[in-house]
Design a protein around this ligand. Structure first.
Ligand SMILES: Cc1cc2nc3c(=O)[nH]c(=O)nc-3n(C[C@H](O)[C@H](O)[C@H](O)COP(=O)(O)OP(=O)(O)OC[C@H]3O[C@@H](n4cnc5c(N)ncnc54)[C@H](O)[C@@H]3O)c2cc1C
Length: 505
């Protein structure tokens, strides 16, 4: 895009998974971005161990999933606080967790971003922010040198849990402090099988071990009778001592690749937006890493924000569209914090937790409970507030098989360009007329559904709709039921809400 007096449209602070995903979304929409990171380059820290179904679907929606699948390993099950959850293939084409270390996820995202024209500016730390009506001036500092000001329309803080952008913007980070100390390490466990999995709750805390990559295991300890020393780097020796305290062995672990600490501190930014500054990923929410949700939520924040920010930068939608980013994603983040806190409560030592856990373990045996928990962990059940009572309104659109004029297609393939899609499955003239009034912004696709019913996590099977307005993030902004005339007045309202006013006739 570019604009007089601006160096770029959007500055993204932080080249982690959230910042990189956001940069790709903005570039797909033709927006200029600068991604600045204070580090000298990738650290190679593994951190997150993989991705859940909805994140995999999002990558599929952009046509880049295959490169992640080729590098990772599909897992048959997931867990809620160590209680196993099964997956149901009818809910998603990607109803499995993919084991893939965060370092590999970031490398693949950075490669994709580079293909879209993004070059990360390493050794560039955001150290100052000044907002005004027209834009934001961001100071970028490199050790020892005077800060360089960069002028942009918007700044997005994807700069992690200790976010400078959040602090400089005066956004509060309320929540609960750490009550336990966690350590983890990526190590070799000679003599143990490659697929060795171990989980044990004891009087002092919890230990889990699982295969990370061929030859490497992740060992995690949570001790509830001590507090973390946040500012001291974790050591391999501390991890070994923690293991001996909790299970009386270290399995002869050796060759630590990476050792780190974590806690159950749970905090969330009070606002995801302060004028021209927005927050996403860990900058907006931190929590205990149970259920492996943090990276997923950050990537999904980025995909919710990207198309909205692009639409505002292009002058199509009003700036108030960005408030919906806070409304939708703050609620999702709050729910994640609560499910993680519930998971922490279920691993705490003690007789009362033993009893609670027994009851919970029985409940998880019920398919409805299993489905509810996996919907929450995978984020497949997210439903944003939306007008209309169609069961798809606000939900992520299923990846239905379609027959188009060109042949067959999957619905998620229609979202590769990160543009809104108005899908007409009944050849309705009023739907086509609405598409004409938003021509250039919304793509009309005429097709037939191959199946009469679509599986929708959270509400079972529903009859295939007659027409759908799908946002670039894959959520349904409007849907028409199979029977009866589509409510095209409601369609036009949804088009205006999400993609700006109609073109003048
Ligand atoms: C021990 C551990 C285990 C985890 N396990 C899982 C898991 O299994 N599954 C899962 O989904 N999540 C997991 N997580 C969480 C996951 O790692 C985070 O949620 C994820 O890294 C968030 O990505 P992000 O891009 O928002 O932030 P980060 O990855 O923290 O990236 C922030 C980036 O901003 C840069 N930065 C910071 N300050 C500035 C500044 N002032 N200017 C410019 N750049 C700056 C940093 O250098 C960094 O590159 C785990 C986390 C930890 C700590």
């Amino acid at each position: 895009m570019g604009d007089a007096g601006m160096d770029t449209d959007v500055v993204i602070a932080g080249a982690g998974a959230t910042g990189l995903m956001l940069s790709c979304e903005l570039r797909l929409a033709g927006v200029e971005v600068v991604v600045a990171d204070r580090l000298a380059g990738r650290t190679g820290e593994s951190r997150a161990g993989g991705m859940h179904a909805r994140t995999l679907e999002i990558l599929d929606q952009r046509g880049v999933l295959d490169r992640f699948l080729a590098a990772g390993e599909r897992q048959p099950v997931s867990h809620f606080s160590g209680l196993w959850l099964d997956f149901d293939e009818s809910e998603s084409r990607h109803a499995y967790p993919l084991n893939l270390p965060q370092s590999a996820i970031e490398r693949l995202l950075e490669e994709w971003a580079a293909e879209l024209g993004v070059r990360v500016r390493w050794l560039s730390e955001v150290s100052g922010i000044r907002q005004d009506d027209a834009g934001v001036t961001v100071d970028l500092s490199t050790a020892g040198a005077a800060p360089t000001p960069l002028r942009a329309r918007y700044l997005v803080g994807c700069d992690g849990g200790r976010s400078t952008v959040r602090k400089l913007s005066g956004i509060a980070f309320p929540g609960t402090p750490a009550t336990m100390a966690g350590l983890l390490g990526d190590v070799r466990l000679p003599g143990l099988p490659e697929d060795y999995i171990f989980m044990r709750r004891g009087p002092g805390g919890h230990v889990s071990v699982f295969a990370l990559e061929p030859g490497w295991h992740r060992v995690i300890t949570s001790e509830f009778d001590r507090l973390p020393d946040r500012d001291e780097p974790a050591t391999f020796e501390q991890l070994r001592e923690s293991l001996f305290r909790l299970v009386g062995t270290d399995w002869g672990m050796c060759d630590p690749q990476w050792v780190s600490r974590f806690s159950d501190a749970a905090r969330q930014a009070a606002r995801y937006r302060e004028g021209r500054v927005l927050l996403a990923g860990d900058a907006a929410h931190i929590h205990y890493p149970s259920g492996g949700q943090g990276l997923n939520v950050g990537v999904q924040d980025a995909v919710n924000l990207g198309w909205k920010l692009a639409s505002v930068v292009r002058g199509e939608a009003p700036d108030t569209l960005l408030d919906s980013y806070h409304d939708e994603r703050h609620a999702v983040g709050a729910r994640v914090l609560r499910n993680v806190q519930a998971q922490v409560a279920l691993v705490r030592p003690g007789a009362q937790t033993d009893a609670l856990r027994d009851v919970f373990a029985s409940l998880v045996e019920f398919e409805d409970v299993n489905r509810y928990l996996r919907g929450m962990l995978t984020a497949l059940d997210i439903r944003y507030p939306a007008d209309g009572d169609h069961p798809l309104a606000g939900r992520r659109v299923p990846d239905a098989d379609l027959k188009t004029h060109e042949g067959t297609a999957r619905l998620h393939e229609l979202l590769h360009a990160a543009r809104p899609v108005l899908l007409d499955l009944r050849g309705n003239a009023d739907v086509a007329a609405a598409a004409e009034d938003w021509a250039g912004r919304v793509d009309l696709v005429e097709a037939r559904s191959e199946d009469g019913h679509w599986p929708v996590p959270g509400c079972g099977e529903i009859p295939a709709p007659a027409a759908l307005l799908v946002r670039p993030d894959g959520h349904v902004a409007w849907a028409a039921a199979t029977d009866g005339a589509p409510d095209t007045a409601a369609l036009r309202t949804a088009l205006t809400t999400w993609f700006g006013a109609a073109l003048p006739r």
